[in-house]
Design a protein around this ligand. Structure first.
Ligand code: C5P
Length: 227
């Protein structure tokens, strides 16, 4: 069967990465977490003091954009690729609530998007990829054979992200996590460059009332129809 491109977009914590990883594994495709790249750029900006809760030095960030090199490296034990910033594994650092609270500010900057979209297109140029994010079906891979748009209730999403962070030992409250999810969605849907929107040809999947197994079955069927 032929190799296709699968684009998965949607709001924060709708379970995009879970389904994307499952699909990639099943099809023998590469999974790419585009959000990890925006998170790594945010970590870079934080480390260089270009961004904090109450300031953003956009000019300095742009002048130093070339100093941030990003790459993914496959981790055999985990079964997926991990994010590296300037050759340092940053998987752990990019998943904190602190990064989550700043990432949408960084992701709204056009020059940042341009840099990351170029890398994403390069990774996907030979197809056989499942990429999740906010603009994959609308900007990065407009011609993807399968586009999914994931949704679920804000409560389901807040709970999902909260459980993830608690599992990792982060001392967060449910309220803080829910607030972050809602605020990120607000910024992501209202920005000028590549706002989060369902592509015309994307299939919407509301998973509020689906088990992980039901969801996977549904999505795998859609993928198989395209192969
Ligand atoms: O997917 P994840 O929740 O890790 O993404 C973190 C943030 O990165 C999003 O809230 C959004 O601001 C940004 N992002 C984006 N475009 C993508 C992927 C992520 O703007 N394709």
């Amino acid at each position: 069967s032929k190799k296709i491109t699968i684009a998965i977009d949607g709001f924060s914590s709708t379970g995009k990465s879970t389904i994307a990883k499952q699909l990639a594994k099943e099809l023998g495709y590469v999974y790419v977490d585009s959000g990890a790249m925006y998170r790594a750029m945010t970590l870079f900006a934080m480390n260089e003091n270009f961004v904090s809760e109450n300031h953003l030095n956009k000019n300095s960030l742009l002048e130093n954009l070339d100093k941030a090199t990003l790459h993914f490296q496959f981790n055999e034990a985990l079964g997926f690729a991990e994010m590296y910033l300037n050759d340092v594994n940053v998987e752990k650092e990019i998943r904190t609530l602190e990064v989550s609270n700043l990432v949408s500010k960084i992701a709204a900057i056009s020059e940042v998007r341009k840099k990351l979209v170029a890398i994403q297109k390069e990774i996907g140029k030979n197809k056989g990829v499942v990429m999740d994010g906010r603009d994959i079906g609308t900007v990065v891979f407009k011609d993807a054979e399968l586009k999914l748009f994931m949704t679920s209730s804000a409560e389901t999403r807040g709970k999902r992200r909260y459980d993830e962070l608690i599992e990792k030992g982060d001392a967060v409250t449910y309220e803080a996590v829910l607030e972050n999810v809602v605020e990120r969605d607000r910024i992501d849907t209202t920005r000028d460059d590549s706002p989060l929107v369902k592509a015309d040809d994307a299939i919407e999947i509301d998973n509020s009332d689906l088990t992980k197994e039901e969801q996977f079955e549904k999505v795998l069927k859609l993928a198989n129809e395209k192969l």
